[in-house]
Design a protein around this ligand. Sequence first.
Ligand SMILES: Nc1nc2c(ncn2[C@@H]2O[C@H](COP(=O)(O)OP(=O)(O)O)[C@@H](O)[C@H]2O)c(=O)[nH]1
Ligand SMILES: [Mg+2]
Length: 708
Amino acid sequence: MKIYDDKHIKNIALLGAPKSGKTLLAEDMLFEAGIIHRRGTIEGKNTISDYHEIEHERGNSVFATPLHTEWKDYKINIIDTPGFDDFAGEMIASLRVADTCVVVINAYQGVEVSTELIWNYAERFNKPVLFAINQMDHPKADFESTLASLKNHFGAKVVQMQYPLNQGPDFNEIIDLLKMVLYRFPAEGGKPEKLPIPVSEKEKAERLHNELVEKAAENDEKLMEKYFEQGTLDEDEMRLGLKEGMIHHDVFPVFVMSAKKNMGTGRMMGFIDNVAPTPRESKPEYTIEGKEIPCDPNGPTVLFVFKSHLEPNLGKLTFFKVISGEVTSNSELINSQTGAIERIHQLFIMDGKNRTTVDKLVAGDIGATLKLKETYTNQTLHAKGFDVTVNPIEFPEPRVRVAVIAKSKNDNEKIGEVLGKIHQEDPTLEVEYSKELKQLILSAQGELHLTVCRWFLENTYKLNVDFITPRISYRETIRKPASASYRHKKQSGGAGQFGEVYLKIEPYTEGMPEPDEFPIRGKEVIDLEWGGKLVFYNCIVGGVIDARFIPSILKGVMEKMEEGPITGSYVRDVRVMVHDGKMHPVDSNDISFKIAGMMAFKDAFMRAEPQLLEPIYDLEVRVPEEIMGDVMGDLQTRRSLIMGIDTNGNYQVIKARTPLAELDKYSNSLRSLSQGRASFSQKFVDYVPVPFDLQQRLAKDLAEVEAV
Ligand SMILES: Nc1nc2c(ncn2[C@@H]2O[C@H](COP(=O)(O)OP(=O)(O)O)[C@@H](O)[C@H]2O)c(=O)[nH]1
Ligand SMILES: [Mg+2]
């Protein structure tokens, strides 16, 4: 296969709401370019992009799939992404390495909630955007209202490149406003006839063409001058202006097509060839320290791994973009994060499951390799002596959590291990054994993401699991001061045990004055692993407790802090003053004082108005106007505090603060309330007091567990 240099490579990501037709469009692009000779269909489960068994089972994309076409003199690398929010990780990684985002819009739905989410990411990465209005052949296709919804959401930078002359099942004609021709497609699609614009359309086409010329001129002073001098621009000048506009995120060209009928894709590919920025023209990459890495084929080799996964029957497949230099099939590179030396044995261009071996890939290109030992998603490989780390992708925080339980006890350990591996490939999925909850906690982007993860556990790794609602990590604290004492005494044959402790406890707050009730002999401030503090004072006078027993008392207190008196949860934000006690010359020892300390602490704690705290999250829910009421109502049943409502285009953004205990299956409820048209994100904020009745119920639950 031909090696393309950085001037002849275009990297695009196909993004868009589920079912807009991204996968079929990718198929159509490959077909148009002659990479494949037969077009697969979604229903026939035989597209190049959706080749995984799980994608066939579900009937939609789950993974981002890199593909390629060669169109005219260019290689277009295409990454087909899944549209569901649950697979945001795949989408973001693709967006990150693409130089142009092709946002596919369904011609009968217009802009959808997921389109907006994708848009936000494209904005964040400041990537050039091109809109592809697909499904023009659909009976309900409505070009004008779809275009209006684009302009409404994304403003005046949305620039019409084409318009259809007909739509719905008869769709076969497009007027092109750059070339000023009419394309008429044969019934089977493919190469259109080029015809003059009919008289009846002349006026409209001229008007839109002039708008386009103006848009193209706006982005370059020289072009602007020319435009004023000549009153117009030629095709090449327009291309130049549009390219500048795309790079600066000032022009979002709109194309129309039908992937199903193979009409219009070729023209869009031509535009990508001629106008969309090359990797070198795009914004450069940066190192983690913020230093620019130029896209230079003669520079030192730097690869950025944007995706890796275990491919059945093949092994680990690693996808990368060549950020700088070139990579050959025997390059030896270093992983900047782990220091591991990785040898590239084979280099591939991937089209779904089809591999084409190549000898070399240069800066700007996208490729894959097999069997890297220790390199995973979001890591950098670089040439020896050029130690850089490409600024990694910031993946979104997980939004759902479950506890994973092996159906067979023997599998418990293996499940943690396998999930750890899955996390290295998909960083939006996190796994952690919680010592506190005594559960293996899996966090993911949504229920669908979990379903896919379970599918892998069961099918790829042959591990059967249950996902259950995880316990909640409560915290315990106190609301007022209290004192208590405890005498531990045991005299049953042999050496006895004796220790007596008097202590006072108080709620601790940052910056509070030192206690003045007792003389302070010693002080220890402990930053608790689980958040909050314990401040422990030795206030013993006259040596009533020997200094060597003070650490034992602290140990006793800590033990109770780890298993709080109300529900067995961690205790936080308490200060303890040990101010009196008694020793026995023979029987006193560490264990006696530890027990006395623990029991005195527990007793004091229960008198100090103990308060259970629960984790609370900030929630941001984006909903279409019409279902605001339902979503608000649902949030209110979840003990949420509504913090504010903002309007953003057609959507409302509800900001709420909700206890974690009420967020179980929230993504499911939201999906069914909104038919998938709403989305949310969540972020841990703090621990807050649990309402009294709930605290009582939880304390009772614990008492019952302990009684068993
Ligand atoms: N009528 C029509 N249907 C299309 C077109 N493109 C895709 N579809 C159908 O829309 C559904 C979703 O397509 P798919 O490519 O999986 O969408 P994706 O989720 O965006 O990847 C499938 O049933 C396709 O056959 C099109 O141009 N016209
Ligand atoms: Mg798809």
